[in-house]
Design a protein around this ligand. Structure first.
Ligand code: ZN
Length: 49
């Protein structure tokens, strides 16, 4: 069978791969920090207009 690897998470905003301790989980998404999270929120809000 396959190795039990952790799924790599990528920041939804800047798309950097995140290490476990860096996870910043908000709104069903992972971000590297608060800044990326708010940047992503802004993008979403603009897109939904
Ligand atoms: Zn990021």
């Amino acid at each position: 069978m396959s190795k039990a690897e952790d799924k790599r998470k990528n920041c939804l905003s800047c798309n950097k791969s995140l290490k476990r301790f860096q996870w910043y989980y908000r709104n069903n998404g992972y971000f590297c920090n608060k800044t990326c999270f708010s940047a992503h929120l802004k993008k979403q809000q603009e897109a939904s207009k």
